[in-house]
Design a protein around this ligand. Structure first.
Ligand SMILES: O=C(O)CCC(=O)C(=O)O
Length: 271
């Protein structure tokens, strides 16, 4: 395990320091601090999930149709019959955009980030029946280097996520050292080959697997005959930037109004 070259002076900001927790329990906050993740059950109604899934499915189908036109039906780490990534849905679908302002998500982000929160990224990940393909160990901050390094991923299962169909696994405790160096593997960037004390997080539809951008995670193969669907929404402190190179002044503000809009300002929901 080696640190990312940009990660020179990281200190984990304890969530216990946030004032006014209103949504998560003390046990969830303690687990997030210690292990880098927590599970929030019953966060969404079945109607909300059905509406969200119906909104996402046509976009995913369009992406799959595009992949079928590509060599090996693949593009970067997506493959039509294995795994698809449908990104930036908030910029093209109002149901997805409204979902990112759901009370449960604002509750989680308010407790774990603070009073001023913006969307950073969203993508649906559909893992198709594929018994041989892992999504390898990585930190979300390994893909694009955001500062502050510590932002939040809400991994929302649209179908039950189980050991059999590729639920997330986390490497507890590693988030506290900050961003790790990642290398390029066949199925994406990776920061760990294996992790002895890895924890699988089986998550029913309607829950949220909440983890830090610094929590190494992977998902296993899908050994069932059904598609495992998830929608991933990531939130960062408002004012976050993305480092483009080793030169710290070479940076881009994470504030594209189409998709990186504020959701909480001074603790109040931004409509
Ligand atoms: O949902 C998955 O199977 C993996 C997705 C993931 O870890 C990611 O997009 O960072």
């Amino acid at each position: 395990m080696k640190l990312h070259p940009f990660n020179e002076s990281f200190a984990w900001r304890s969530t216990q320091a946030n004032n006014g927790h209103t949504f998560l329990s003390a046990a969830q906050i303690e687990q997030f601090d210690r292990d880098g993740y927590c599970l929030v059950e019953n966060a969404f109604s079945s109607e909300t999930l059905a509406t969200l899934t119906a909104a996402i499915d046509p976009h995913e189908q369009q992406g799959t149709d595009f992949l079928r036109t590509q060599p090996d039906e693949s593009f970067f780490i997506a493959q039509a019959d294995a795994i698809t990534f449908t990104v930036h849905l908030v910029a093209r679908n109002e149901v997805c955009r409204q979902f990112t302002r759901h009370d449960s998500l604002l509750g989680v982000t308010g407790d774990l980030i603070g009073d001023n929160v913006s969307m950073y990224w969203d993508q649906a990940v559909y893992k198709k029946p594929e018994p041989n393909r892992d999504f390898p160990w990585h930190q979300d901050n390994g893909y694009a280097y955001v500062e502050p390094q510590q932002y939040l991923t809400c991994w929302v299962p649209l179908t039950d996520a189980t050991l059999d169909n590729g639920c997330p696994w986390v490497a507890p405790g590693v988030h506290r050292v900050g961003t790790l160096e990642h290398t390029v593997g066949p199925f994406g960037l990776t920061c760990l080959d294996s992790f002895d004390d890895a924890i699988p997080v089986e998550a029913p539809a309607g829950s949220i697997v909440v983890f830090s951008s610094l929590t190494p995670h992977r998902t296993g193969p899908n050994r069932t005959d059904q598609v495992r669907k998830s929608y991933i929404v990531q939130y960062a402190p408002t004012g976050s930037i993305i480092r483009n190179s080793a030169d710290p002044s070479d940076r881009t503000a994470a504030s594209d109004p189409k998709r990186q809009y504020e959701v909480l300002r001074h603790g109040i929901a931004v409509a």
